[in-house]
Design a protein around this ligand. Structure first.
Ligand SMILES: Nc1nc2c(ncn2[C@@H]2O[C@H](COP(=O)(O)OP(=O)(O)O)[C@@H](O)[C@H]2O)c(=O)[nH]1
Ligand SMILES: [Mg+2]
Length: 276
């Protein structure tokens, strides 16, 4: 497991945004909140079902028609809430699904984010992994569909991948529950600080770095306590309209809380299939 010190640019747990900005997800008796992200069809719901069992709450994200599934699990006496994010290829907020996923990881500040990837098309999936790693240090990579990869003659060196990415990397066959225990152990390690990650995201070109360094103090001045000013700076330079509008309206600091309406999940138990 990676042990180097974490990147100072990433979200720290001491952010002033705190738990009120968990985007409508209340802790209600849970100790930690875990987000589940991934491209569509990577087995995210299968992982979700394995971790949470049959009991799930579903509803919509505040103000959106996007479905949200939440479930719970207990591991080593800690109660975890698991939030299934919409399946997305990126977090650039080009669609409502992407916006929901990236806002939750950025402003909801989960204690850990699991990114599920498809081992048979790993390279294509890494785009999302890097984007999550730009937002937070607290990431576990779940390389799923290892059986399919094997069948297609694709070998994945997960230890090398873990070293190259700087985050715990767990191979799984979620359909049969293989690797789920290792996944849980990695999540718990991150949450309790026994595993320190050091995500290695390809560095931006020098000119971009300079522009970001210039923007960061300005962003922090207008939005004190913003969880990741560097990421906001990136988005501004990339022309992210939502972030730009929030900044112009002096509402960056409240972008999260405007999305944090009361918990509106309907409370019903569902079958295993229902979370897909
Ligand atoms: N062979 C194989 N199939 C899997 C595995 N995990 C999930 N699946 C299947 O892949 C399909 C998509 O899974 P689902 O969990 O709905 O993916 P999601 O779109 O990411 O939520 C389903 O038919 C699953 O049964 C796995 O590890 N191996
Ligand atoms: Mg699904």
């Amino acid at each position: 497991m990676p042990t180097t010190t974490s990147n100072p640019h990433k979200i720290s747990n001491g952010s002033t945004l705190g738990t009120q900005a968990r985007m409508g997800v209340s802790l209600d008796g849970h100790d930690k909140v875990i987000a589940l992200a991934g491209n569509p069809n990577t087995g995210k719901s299968t992982v979700f079902n394995h971790l949470t069992g049959l009991k799930q709450h579903t509803g919509n994200w505040p103000g959106k028609t996007v479905t949200r599934a939440e479930g719970s699990f207990t591991y080593n006496h800690f109660r975890y809430k698991l939030v299934d994010l919409p399946g997305t290829y990126s977090l650039l907020s080009a669609s409502t699904d992407e916006e929901v996923a990236r806002n939750f990881i950025l402003f909801g500040q989960p204690d850990c984010t699991i990114v599920v990837v498809d081992a048979t098309v790993l390279e294509r999936n890494l785009n999302l992994v890097f984007q999550v790693m730009e937002i937070t240090d607290k990431v576990v990579l779940c390389v799923n569909l290892m059986d399919e990869a094997k069948r297609k003659g694709i070998a994945i060196d997960s230890e090398q991948l873990e070293f190259d990415l700087g985050i715990p990397t767990i191979p799984t066959v979620a359909r049969v529950g293989q690797g789920i225990d290792d996944l849980l152990a990695a999540v718990a390690g991150i949450v309790h600080g026994t595993i320190q990650t050091a995500p290695k995201v390809p560095p931006p070109p020098a000119e971009l770095r300079e522009a970001i360094d210039e923007l960061v103090p300005m962003i922090e001045a207008v939005a004190p306590g913003i969880p990741n000013a560097r990421w906001i700076a990136y988005r501004l330079l990339e022309g992210d309209l939502q972030v730009r509008q929030a900044l112009l309206a002096n509402k960056l600091g409240t972008l999260a809380s405007t999305l944090s309406e009361p918990h509106r999940c309907t409370n019903h138990e569902q079958s295993m299939e229902a979370a897909s």
